[in-house]
Ligand binder design. Structure first.
Ligand code: PLP
Length: 489
């Protein structure tokens, strides 16, 4: 996991002594670095370059590296909680996380106890939901367990009372997990889907998304269309762009819309408070960044009025349940029924599986969700800066300078001949050779997406950075990717 401890130790020893050259940073960049505990504060440390013998100011990547190694012993301890194969470097958490040992233990113990006592799973898992909900800033009636992100998106989209001609505004970078129920609703209820072409790269801010959604909705309304809902991924699985939820909720509220967030990557990566964000639905995975078992998901559903979102709760029917309440949804701050119980309970459920998810959530709460978020974002910020140093900023599909758009997913074009990124086979070869040709056996992935103005889809390479990585993993990855890009030129 950390074969270059001496290198890391050197960086740690030098880091606090060096000055950060913030002169060429944008104001957004400075805000981001301040958030990570760097930037203006670090710059005031002054150019006291003694023990390290350096005479030049610290680069952005060096400053980020210093930040990463500051708490190295702590993160090494966290890394030790996982059972990952040390012969590989797993950097595709966006597809699958890995259960820590304590989660595996809970799973096995509960499964065994269930068999010993011939237990059933007829439950809405209220006790489990009570344990997990505070970590997400909501009440237990607002947090349901689903089978995964896709299942949560089906609960949300197929349960709404659509009328023919209702328009859902979304993007052209959505995942099938959200797109499939949209397609079903199109054919079954006659809804229409309006897609915004997603920007890529660093030249974008949160305001870009507010303008894109607001302008599209206004244009549709001007055509006499009935816009009912906005659906978007935060972040998208293609470029890792974190569509800014708080800002997009401003658009939702201005136009009185239903809000559906595909948040597959949010649980376990970001420390969001969903009551404050106030969306109607956020569907996340339990098995990705949250590192719970497969077939687990977390679906947040707005179930009472809060100041964060004063819009009426949308009419909604359960589509997969053993418990149905005919009560109307509330019009005030008190729920009329436990909607999360309705969603969670469907026949006999796999209690050990959800018990293990609860254990993963407890572990995250103990470490501190904000601490994990900051570490993940610092790792990805470090990776992005190192990519920019080698390949140039134009190679990034993920934004880096507006902190509101950043996530633990980094997507870029690794090819020396830039057009090669449009060759699917070449991109897949890059991914497989990163696994086969280097001793660390890097596990990454690619994905294809439309780029505005491009003649064909780009097959960008995507890297996930999470709590079992460290700065040295990123160093080795970047060196290997650079080497491979030269060999494949
Ligand atoms: C944005 C997004 N939505 C949905 C999904 C589907 O996730 P799940 O397997 O949890 O249904 C994924 C999976 O990678 C994703 O990235």
């Amino acid at each position: 996991m950390n074969p270059h401890a001496d290198k890391v130790a050197n960086a740690a020893a030098c880091a606090p002594e060096t000055a950060v050259d913030t002169g060429n940073w944008t104001s957004k960049r400075r805000d981001f670095m301040r958030m990570l505990g760097l930037g203006a504060g670090a710059a005031t440390l002054g150019p006291v370059l003694t023990a390290c013998g350096s005479s030049h100011a610290q680069s952005t990547s060096e400053a980020l590296r210093a930040q990463l190694v500051q708490d190295e012993a702590f993160w090494t301890g966290v890394q030790g909680m996982f059972v990952l194969n040390p012969a590989k470097t797993f950097m595709n958490i966006g597809t699958a996380g890995s259960m820590p040992a304590t989660v595996l233990d809970t799973f096995e113990t509960m499964n065994h106890a269930k068999a010993v006592d011939c237990l059933n799973g007829y439950s809405n898992l209220l006790d489990f939901r009570k344990q997990v909900a505070p970590g997400f800033g909501v009440d237990p009636d607002e947090l349901a367990f689903s089978a995964n992100t896709s299942s949560g998106m089906c609960h949300a989209i197929l349960g709404l009372d659509w009328d023919p001609g209702d328009v859902v505004v979304t993007t052209n970078h959505e995942h099938g997990g959200g797109d499939t129920p949209l397609r079903i609703a199109t054919n079954r209820y006659g809804i229409e889907v309006s897609r915004i072409a997603m920007p890529v790269g660093n030249n974008q801010t949160a305001a870009t998304y507010v303008a894109l959604f607001d302008e599209r909705i206004r244009a549709l309304k001007a055509q006499g269309k009935r816009v009912r809902a906005m659906m978007w991924s935060s972040p998208t699985y293609k470029t890792g762009t974190m569509l800014p939820i708080a800002e997009l909720m401003g658009v939702v509220k201005a136009h009185g819309l239903i809000s559906i967030v595909d948040g597959a990557h949010l649980p376990g990566m970001m420390a969001y408070n969903y009551a404050e964000l106030g969306m109607d639905f956020m569907s996340g995975a339990g098995h990705k960044w949250q590192c719970g078992p497969g077939s687990t998901g977390i679906l947040i559903v707005r179930n009472k009025m809060r100041a964060s979102n004063p819009l009426p709760l949308p009419k909604w029917y359960p589509i997969h349940t053993s418990s149905y309440s005919p009560l109307d949804r509330t019009t005030n701050g008190t729920a009329t029924y436990d909607i999360a119980a309705t969603i969670t309970s469907c026949g006999s459920v796999h209690t050990p599986m959800f018990g293990a998810l609860v254990q993963a959530c407890n572990m995250w709460d103990q470490i501190g969700r904000k601490k994990i978020e900051t570490y993940d974002l610092t790792l990805s910020a470090y990776l992005k800066e190192k990519i920019v140093e080698r390949w140039g900023v134009e190679s990034l599909y993920s934004p880096k300078d507006d902190p509101k758009l950043c996530s633990g997913l980094t997507s870029f074009n690794p090819f020396q001949n830039k057009a090669d990124v449009m060759v699917s086979q070449k991109s897949s070869q890059f991914v497989s050779r990163m696994s086969s040709d280097y001793p660390q056996s890097f596990q990454i992935r690619n994905s294809n997406f439309a780029v505005i103005g491009a003649p064909a889809d780009h097959y960008g390479v995507r890297v996930s950075t999470h709590l079992w990585h460290d700065a040295t993993d990123v160093d080795l990855l970047v060196d290997a990717m650079w080497d491979l890009s030269k060999k494949m030129a």
